[in-house]
Design a protein around this ligand. Structure first.
Ligand code: ADP
Ligand code: KDG
Length: 318
């Protein structure tokens, strides 16, 4: 039995080198992406028993995803191999050191064919994590997320939602409208400022006062913890205990993608360990810092034995 389950679409990833426009003949790295599989790897590296529910195509991209996840110790028994559609693909151009552009090739791909029947028996697990990406993929993927969230709630699991608005898939307003009805079954919400505003059905682009009002709106519904992700500015956790803030760790950031997923894995790891919200946040902040320090979505995710490494003053550890 696993402690935690994540559900979503993984995509083959063709990634350019940092600060390099993609041209014919450019060197690229082949790997995979996907917020929910990133979180699964993050949790597995931190020592938790975690399962991943998904669909991949019957192709070498899907096999690469499944074999890598299995190698990372993720239970992949919930990954359906769909013979009727390819595994999704994503191309990532790290155009300059600071600006990345992404192309998705995921319309009609295996992940968008997720269906409610793919949701396994969740009893026995303690936590379900989903994101706002999956419901944007298709009507059946949306129903699959709803089904998983309702089943998890009924079985007494902690339900975690990362808003993860992807503007290439839908608008923030559409995302907020689609995800808000899930809130009565969600315990834990993660988001950036505009994502929290959208989820609270407020205008995005508001000031810090508006964001705090949105957090309060969310906490008046079922969620008991709201976590505000603020990139290099750090993060805060909000709940009945009040507000706890942390700055980001000072690291050399080479790749911002995947920070949020590693951060979520760190926070959920603390939750599974039963530590208090401040300690969950500390672990999240450190895991986010590990992720931005390494090129790739999940490759830099921290192992449990590595926690504490970035906080030390010395740079060479021998
Ligand atoms: P997302 O990837 O979901 O947009 P963020 O960019 O807010 O999420 O990153 C999540 C967390 O990762 C931040 O709250 C912070 O703790 C950490 N983090 C992000 N960027 C950096 C950075 N440049 N340096 C150190 N930590 C970072
Ligand atoms: O959080 C990182 C994700 O954005 C990336 O892995 C790809 O899941 C992905 C998406 O839909 O953007």
């Amino acid at each position: 039995a696993v402690d935690a389950i994540t559900l979503g679409e993984s995509l083959g990833l063709v990634m350019g080198e940092p600060a390099t426009p993609l041209r014919a003949g450019s060197s690229v790295r082949f790997s995979f992406a996907g917020a929910e599989s990133n979180v699964a790897i993050g949790l597995a590296r931190l020592g938790h028993a975690v399962g991943f529910v998904s669909r991949v195509g019957d192709d070498f991209v899907g096999r690469m995803v499944v074999e890598t996840l299995r190698g990372e110790g993720v239970d992949v028994s919930g990954v359906v191999v769909d013979e009727a559609a390819p595994t999704a693909l994503m191309v990532r151009q790290h155009r300059t050191a600071d600006a990345l552009t992404v192309l998705y090739y995921r319309d009609g791909a295996a992940g968008s064919r997720l269906q409610p029947g793919d949701v396994p028996d969740l009893s026995g697990a303690r936590l379900l994590h989903v994101t706002g990406i999956t419901p944007a993929l298709s009507a059946s993927a949306m129903r699959t997320v709803e089904t998983a969230v309702r089943a998890a709630r009924a079985a007494g699991l902690v339900v975690s939602l990362d808003v993860n608005h992807r503007a290439l898939l839908w608008s923030a307003q559409e995302a907020g409208a689609a995800l808000a009805p899930l809130l009565d079954a969600v315990d834990l919400v993660f988001g950036g400022d505009d994502e929290l505003l959208a989820l609270a059905r407020r205008d995005i682009g508001g000031d810090v006062g508006d964001v705090h009002a949105a957090v309060d709106d969310l906490l008046r519904q079922r969620p008991s913890v709201v976590v505000r992700k603020r990139g290099a500015d750090g993060a805060s956790v909000h709940g009945a205990f009040g507000v706890i803030e942390r700055p980001a760790l000072a690291v050399t950031a080479v790749d911002p993608v995947g920070a949020g997923d590693a951060f979520v894995a760190g926070f959920l790891s603390g939750l599974l360990d039963g530590v208090d919200p401040a300690a969950c946040l500390d672990r999240a902040v450190e895991c986010g810092a590990f992720a931005v320090s390494v090129h790739g979505d999940w490759e830099g995710a921290a192992r449990r034995s590595e926690l504490g490494l970035l906080a030390r003053a010395e740079r060479v550890h021998r």
